[in-house]
Design a protein around this ligand. Structure first.
Ligand code: ADP
Ligand code: MN
Ligand code: MN
Ligand code: MN
Ligand code: MN
Length: 332
C-alpha cells in the first residue's frame, strides 16, 4: 500500500513569492525523502541548470486527502545542498537558535480577501457595496461573504494540527482573518505557510480565489495586513522589556518596513487603522500606531506587543527574523 505526500514549497517570484506543490506517492511506512523540481518553471533556476532540491522541514496530516496522507513543507536548496537564494527560512534558523533562550513567541493575524469574477466576493458587478461599517465580525447574508469557505479552511487547519487561534470577518466585504500562534519563530512561520496553502486549496473547491494583496481595492476600503504579535519570556513577566522592545523596533524601523511586504506604502497611509510607513510610533490601545501595546498588557504590566505594520503578503520567515533579531539583540 501507499500514501500521498503533497510537497509544498515557496517559489522565486518577485517581489512576492508564491506557493507551489506536487504529489509524491510513497510506500506505506517510508520516510519523507529529499525530492526535486524544475526550478526554471518557478523563477528559481535557468533552463540549463534547472534542478532544485526539496528538503522536508515540516509535515502534518493532509486534511483534504485524509487517511495517512500528509502535507510536507520543504525548504528549497541548490544541488550542492546550500540554501537557494529564495530560501528565507534558512536565514531565520540561526537567529531563532541564537535567541532561543529568550523564548520568543509570535501570533500572526493573517488577513486576506476572496475574489470571484475579478472582484472581491460581495462586491456587485460594476459597482460598490455599501460603505464599510457593518462587515467587521458581521452576521447575515448582506454583510458576510464566503463564510462556508472560511469554516472549511478552519476545520482543515485544525485537522492538520495547526495552531489556529481564531478567525473573524474583516472590515471590507470579502475580507477575512485567521490567527496562528502563539508559537516559536520557525513553528509560526512554517504553520502560516501551510495554512496559506490550505486556504488557496480549499477556496479552489468553492470556485473562489484568496489573495494576500495588501490593498485589493483602492479608495476608502481597508487594506489587508498581517499584524505580528510578539513576546519574549522577559516581556511576559514585566513591563520594562515591553517598552524596550517598542524602542528597539523604532531604532530599526526603516529596515523593518522595507521588508514587511511589497506595496507597503499603499497600505500604511495613516488612514484605515494604520500609521504612515514613514513614521514610527507606539502606544497603548492605539490602532493608529505602528506598534500597539494592548490595553490588557498595560493593565497587567506584562504580556506582548502588536506590530501592526506587516502587510498580508509579508514573508513570515522574514518578519519573525527581523523582530527577534532587533528586539533580542537590543536586550543583550
Ligand atoms: P486583535 O485584537 O489585534 O485583532 P487577535 O485576537 O486577532 O488580536 O490576535 C492576537 C494574537 O496575539 C493571537 O494570534 C494570539 O495568539 C497572539 N498572542 C497572544 N498572546 C501572545 C504572546 N504572549 N506572545 C505573542 N503572541 C501572543
Ligand atoms: Mn515533466
Ligand atoms: Mn485580529
Ligand atoms: Mn484584522
Ligand atoms: Mn491586530
Amino acid at each position: 500500500m501507499t500514501y500521498k505526500a503533497e510537497y509544498i514549497w515557496i517559489d522565486g517570484t518577485q517581489p512576492t513569492a508564491r506557493l507551489r506543490s506536487k504529489t509524491k506517492v510513497l510506500p506505506d511506512g517510508a520516510e519523507l525523502p529529499i525530492w526535486g523540481f524544475d526550478g526554471s518553471s518557478t523563477n528559481q533556476a535557468p533552463g540549463d541548470k534547472s534542478d532544485c532540491v526539496l528538503r522536508p522541514v515540516f509535515s502534518c496530516p493532509d486534511p483534504i486527502r485524509g487517511g495517512a496522507h500528509v502535507l510536507v513543507l520543504a525548504e528549497v536548496e541548490l544541488v550542492d545542498g546550500t540554501p537557494h537564494p529564495s530560501n528565507t527560512r534558512a536565514a531565520l534558523t540561526p537567529i531563532a537558535t541564537e535567541y532561543a533562550s529568550a523564548e520568543p513567541l509570535f501570533g500572526l493575524e493573517q488577513e486576506y480577501t476572496f475574489f470571484k469574477d475579478g472582484r472581491p466576493l460581495g462586491f456587485p458587478s460594476g459597482g460598490f457595496p455599501a460603505p464599510q461599517g457593518f462587515y467587521y465580525c458581521g452576521v447575515g447574508a448582506d454583510e458576510v461573504y464566503g463564510r462556508d469557505v472560511v469554516e472549511a479552511h478552519l476545520d482543515a487547519c485544525l485537522e492538520a494540527g495547526l495552531s489556529i487561534s481564531g478567525i473573524n470577518a474583516e472590515v471590507m466585504p470579502g475580507q477575512w482573518e485567521f490567527q496562528v500562534g502563539p508559537l516559536s519563530p520557525l513553528d509560526v512561520a512554517d504553520q502560516l505557510w501551510v495554512a496559506r496553502w490550505l486556504l488557496y486549496r480549499i477556496a479552489e473547491n468553492f470556485g473562489v480565489t484568496a489573495t494576500l494583496d495588501p490593498k485589493p481595492v483602492q479608495g476608502d476600503w481597508n487594506g489587508a495586513g498581517c499584524h505580528t504579535n510578539f513576546s519574549t519570556k522577559a516581556m511576559r513577566s514585566s513591563y520594562d522589556p515591553i517598552i524596550s522592545a517598542c524602542e528597539a523596533l523604532g531604532k530599526n524601523a526603516e529596515e523593518h518596513v522595507r521588508n514587511y511586504g511589497a506595496g507597503i506604502e499603499n497600505r500604511l497611509t495613516g488612514s484605515h487603522e494604520t500609521a504612515p510607513w514613514t513614521e514610527y510610533s507606539y502606544g497603548v490601545s492605539d490602532r493608529g500606531a505602528s506598534v500597539r501595546i494592548p490595553w490588557q498588557v498595560a493593565q497587567d504590566q506584562k504580556g506582548y506587543i502588536e506590530d501592526r505594520r506587516p502587510n498580508a503578503n509579508v514573508d513570515p520567515y522574514v518578519v519573525t527574523r527581523l523582530i527577534t533579531d532587533t528586539v533580542c539583540s537590543a536586550a543583550h
